[in-house]
Ligand binder design. Structure first.
Ligand code: 3HC
Length: 684
């Protein structure tokens, strides 16, 4: 492998270049090269200042994650950063792209930082279950101030170069040629002594109100639930304000090592690569080029259609949205504007950006207007006949090569595609509600979907900042298909003696954002209901029949006050008890472990069936669906990774223990049984 580190002299300024595609991760060769060249520059009398810069798309995006868990190769990153900071000649970081994690720490080791306005700086280590482990928790607050450093380390969200410059983390923002400016800056500071060393500063640590940490925790309570890394990051920033630098870095190192060997970090690191793998389509060559999407059409301006449209508008792609009547069209576009305005009020968009996005929207009552679109997404209600009718009509008007997509959550894409004369152009694009916010997109591959249609879907997903996963055609695809057994078991548990609160509590304690009944109330208990109040076959039917459709009606499995705060419902308990009596089910004490086995183990079993039927490309894709679509705690990796950590044999044992209660329809996945027998894993 060629050396990723090289140098180039510009008069008295030496540029140390890193060229380690794709993201200049700080792997062993980069670390070794940086130390070698800093030492050489220091020893060379002709060199008066140094610039550290990166080729390609970004400044160092962090430590090389693929090295984690392998035997360490020296020097460590902390040693590299210390060596840069100790250099007796000024060192300037020239930042473009993303200076993340170890990359931001290298920048902090430099005496000065110059950045393009488009650059971003951040500490995403928390997303890998870690903390900045090369001095970042101690240098960060000293340079950027405690507030910004705390926010960066605990949330993992990068900040813009402008925010970094306002806080002092970037010394100079430069437009145009970054290297030219960085060299000029190095020339300006080449005689400055003493050099500003981040570790030796403590001016930004004076007068810090210690309550900042508790306040931050209170304000961001959700981040800390069940997850160890955010608390560790907060603690280390606090230590920076209380202890000398030398003690702080020792505490940082110890905590880093402790986190690194923990289960949560391993799960998160697994997930980092799982997410990236999801975009790769098996059996499709890298040479397949995406079709060009210049305008998108959306059929239906309801909640889903509106949310879907906003994704494209925000990304600068014009949308034609079609409805049946003016009232529905006005209502839909009105909600879109309201959502944008609310984003602007929160400071996440400027009013100009809102106008720009809304300016790209063409509302229409004329179906024929879709003829100008390159991708048309149908987002009307779930009814096969209606969808087939729409696709038949689309076939008549869409231009040749246009991609026709359905946002169905359950229905058969092959059947929908068969309503057209071009099934190769048809696929499912299953967005999750609220569609403008949720990251997940299930891309449903029909039997005849063309490769370049899939490639286009994955490319457009990236453009609108979604994480896309390929799913095969089956009822509910990946996510909802696994949700079904979970919801069914949860409801059965109620009749056997559990309460909605108990089942939900077990799920929330597991790390889910909400339990099955909280979710049903939020999404609408009536979703998928047959709409015949006289036909009562389940607790759900009984609730729907008396208008308890969930939060939107102020009542569902729970009662809700005017602020949508839930409380247990006696009425619901009565319905459950009546039902149990009617069915002759005896109530008994239900343990939390049984709830896990009945609801989560059954999900794993369904996930294994999805895999053995080839409806998901890989186990890790199932995990991506559940983390991004349903809030499965990422520190548990996803249901299939979690199953591996429990052990397939234990899952099978648990299911067998519950088998009698799971009912007639329960069938084991052969793949799960095989894994259990052979002691194999799904994900590793
Ligand atoms: N180490 C190893 N590989 C990395 C990497 C890293 N830090 N960051 C990205 N990659 C790889 C990805 O796996 C992917 O590989 P593939 O093409 O084989 O799938 C490739 O680089 C491109 O990555 P993306 O698809 O994510 O490219 P994007 O352009 O969408 O995003 C990015 C670029 C914003 C840099 C994003 O990759 C990212 O966020 N990377 C991780 C950054 C990070 O977490 N850094 C902290 C590392 S931990 C650390 O530094 C510890 C230290 O404190 C001691």
């Amino acid at each position: 492998m060629s050396d990723p580190i090289s140098t180039e002299d510009h008069g008295p300024v030496r540029i140390i270049w890193s060229d380690n595609p794709p993201v200049n991760a700080l792997g062993a060769a980069v670390r070794q090269g940086l130390v070698r060249e800093i030492e050489a520059a220091e020893a060379d009398d002709a060199v008066e200042a140094v610039v550290i810069a990166c080729k390609g798309r970004t400044f160092f995006a962090g430590a090389d994650i693929s090295e984690f868990g392998k035997p360490p190769v020296m020097p460590w990153l902390p040693t590299v950063v210390d060596r840069i900071e100790a250099c007796e000649k000024p060192v300037v970081a020239a930042i473009h792209g993303t200076a993340l994690g170890g990359g931001c720490e290298v920048a902090l080791g430099c005496h000065y930082r110059v950045a393009l306005p488009s650059a971003k700086l951040g500490f995403p280590e928390v997303n890998l279950g870690l903390l900045p482990g090369a001095g970042g928790t101690q240098r960060g607050p000293r340079v950027a101030g405690v507030e910004l450093a705390l926010q960066m380390a605990v949330t993992g969200k990068p900040v813009s170069a402008q925010v970094a410059a306002d806080a002092g983390l970037v010394n100079r923002l430069v437009e145009g040629d970054l290297i030219e400016h960085a060299v000029a800056y190095a020339n300006e500071v080449k005689d400055t002594r003493p050099l500003p060393r981040s570790s030796q500063r403590d001016d930004r640590l004076q007068d810090v109100d210690p309550s900042i940490f508790e306040e931050f925790k209170k304000k961001n309570a959700k981040l800390f639930r069940g997850d160890v890394a955010p608390a560790a990051n907060l603690e280390l920033v606090r230590i920076a304000t209380e202890k000398p630098y030398e003690e702080g870095v020792i505490a940082e190192r110890n905590k880093f090592m402790e986190l690194m060997v923990g289960d949560q970090a391993k799960a998160r690191q697994y997930f980092f690569f799982a997410e990236r793998k999801a975009s790769k389509i098996e059996g499709v060559s890298d040479d397949v080029q995406p079709r060009e999407i210049k305008r998108v059409g959306v059929i239906g301006a309801g909640t889903m259609g509106g949310g879907i449209s906003m994704n494209f508008l925000t990304a600068g792609i014009p949308v034609t949205i079609v409805e049946m009547n003016q009232e529905a069209l006005d209502r839909g576009t009105g909600i879109m504007r309201k959502n944008y305005d609310s984003t602007a009020r929160k400071g996440r968009m400027t009013p100009e950006q809102v106008e720009q996005a809304m300016g790209l929207l063409k509302p229409s009552l004329n179906f024929d207007d879709l003829a100008e679109c390159d991708l048309i997404i149908e987002a009307v209600y779930e009814n096969m006949d209606v969808k087939k009718d729409i696709f038949g009509r689309l076939d008549g008007i869409a231009r040749k090569g246009a991609i026709l997509a359905s946002n169905t959550s359950y229905l058969d894409i092959n059947e929908i595609a068969a309503a057209t004369s071009r099934p190769q152009d048809v696929l499912g694009l299953h967005f999750f509600s609220p569609a403008n916010i949720m990251k997940l997109l299930e891309v449903v591959r029909g039997d005849k979907t063309a490769d370049d249609v899939l490639v286009t879907a994955m490319a457009i997903a990236k453009k609108i900042r979604k994480v896309a996963v390929i799913a095969g055609v089956c009822y509910g695809f990946i996510g909802n298909r696994m949700l079904i057994p979970r919801q069914l078991e949860a409801e059965k548990l109620l009749m056997e003696g559990a309460t909605p609160q108990q089942v939900d509590k077990v799920h929330v304690e597991f790390g889910m954002p909400m339990g099955p009944f909280q979710m049903a109330d939020l999404a609408g208990v009536d979703i998928g209901w047959h709409r015949d109040p006289s036909r009562i076959e389940s607790i759900r039917d009984a609730l729907c029949a008396i208008d308890r459709w969930g939060q939107k009606k102020g009542a569902g499995f729970y009662d809700y006050d005017e602020n949508r705060r839930p409380s247990p419902s006696e009425k619901v308990q009565g319905i459950i008890d009546d039902f149990a009596k009617q069915k002759g089910i005896e109530k008994r004490e239900i343990s939390d472990q049984e709830i896990i086995e009945r609801t989560l183990y059954t999900m794993v079993n369904e996930g294994a069936k999805i895999l053995e039927e080839g409806k998901a490309q890989r186990a890790s894709d199932i995990d991506v669906v559940w983390v991004y679509g349903y809030g499965w705690p990422v520190y548990r990796g996803g249901p299939m990774y979690w199953a591996d950590s429990v052990g397939a044999d234990k899952i099978v044992e648990g299911l067998k223990r519950q088998q009698e209660r799971l009912g007639d329809k329960f069938s084991f996945s052969q793949l799960l049984l095989d894994k259990a027998e052979k002691g194999e894993k799904f994900t590793r």
